[in-house]
Design a protein around this ligand. Sequence first.
Ligand code: SF4
Ligand code: SF4
Length: 84
Amino acid sequence: MAKGTVVIDTNRCKGCELCTTVCPQHILVMADFFNARGYRPVQLVDPEGKCTGCTLCAIMCPDVVLTVYRLPVKGGAARAAVAA
Ligand code: SF4
Ligand code: SF4
């Protein structure tokens, strides 16, 4: 299965939680701290590397907070898929 990761522009997040509802891996969770705008931002908690880079979270986010990187597949062509 493909591997991916998500870079979060924390201070742009308004804490709406929409992205957490669509992640098939359930690895997006709300933080227990506040960002510069006073919202609890989303965090990627993925110690087991479950993110597949599916981009559903980035597509769902209305504020273009999330950038998804798909990691190169072993034995395949290196490629990066980015959604913003
Ligand atoms: S890219 Fe897919 S698997 Fe990874 S955090 Fe976003 S929704 Fe979840
Ligand atoms: S959908 Fe966007 S704004 Fe809403 S919690 Fe997720 S990253 Fe933050």
